[in-house]
Design a protein around this ligand. Structure first.
Ligand code: HEC
Length: 176
């Protein structure tokens, strides 16, 4: 009797461990092991700079590594190893806190706020739920000094995920 009870509790323990492990896999933390691409400013191509489309007080400068540039030119797709960087800047404001526009009707870059990175690597998309799935693109966000900016990466995934036809890259036409 005691023995049977023990077996049952071991079974419960094992199944709860399995259950937790499965839950962990399903919820897969979007945090990948993307390293800060520290030489991007000198080795990547700055392919576009613009006032951010969905943030009215920011400016972004976009960079792509050679793998991404070459892959898009030759095959129209981003090969594994492609890295895209978005340098997000605060826009300059006047004393009333209004965003200043230049004579060209463009915002003016102020402080670098965050460095947003997308990297394509096999396996990054494994087990990621459909509404967060970006194929094999992984996301990371760094402070200007290269340390983790501790952003909620699920937000990055959710906003880029619907762009299936555009390989999850908003600026794709600028890389074709
Ligand atoms: C609400 C939507 C939204 C969220 C959230 C978002 N992005 Fe984006 N992302 C965009 C848009 C729109 C662009 C195009 C440039 C622009 O206007 O900023 C872009 C551009 C990029 C690019 C350049 C490649 C491309 O898709 O054009 C990278 C890299 C990037 N985002 C990474 C990130 C990371 C990392 C996060 C999370 C920390 C994030 N994004 C969160 C909408 C979003």
């Amino acid at each position: 009797m005691v023995h049977k009870f023990k077996m049952a509790s071991i079974a419960v323990l094992v199944s709860s461990i399995l259950f937790t492990w499965q839950g962990y896999l399903q919820a897969k933390d979007p945090k990948t092991d993307i390293a800060f691409p520290k030489d991007y400013a000198t080795t990547f191509t700055n392919y576009l700079s613009l006032d951010r489309v969905q943030n009215d007080d920011q400016v972004i400068r976009l960079f792509a590594n050679d793998i991404a540039i070459k892959g898009m030119k030759e095959t129209g797709t981003f090969p594994e190893g492609s890295v895209l960087v978005g340098e997000v800047y605060k826009a300059k404001k006047d004393k009333d806190g209004e965003v200043i526009e230049s004579d060209l009707s463009r915002r003016i870059r102020d402080k670098l706020a965050v460095i947003a990175v997308m990297e394509k690597r096999k396996g990054f998309g494994d087990g990621v739920a459909a509404e967060l799935n970006n194929g094999d693109w992984g996301f990371a966000a760094f402070k200007p000094d290269g340390t983790d900016a501790k952003k909620d990466l699920a937000k990055c995934q959710a906003c880029h995920a619907p762009l299936n036809e555009m390989q999850h890259v908003f600026s794709i036409e600028h890389l074709k």
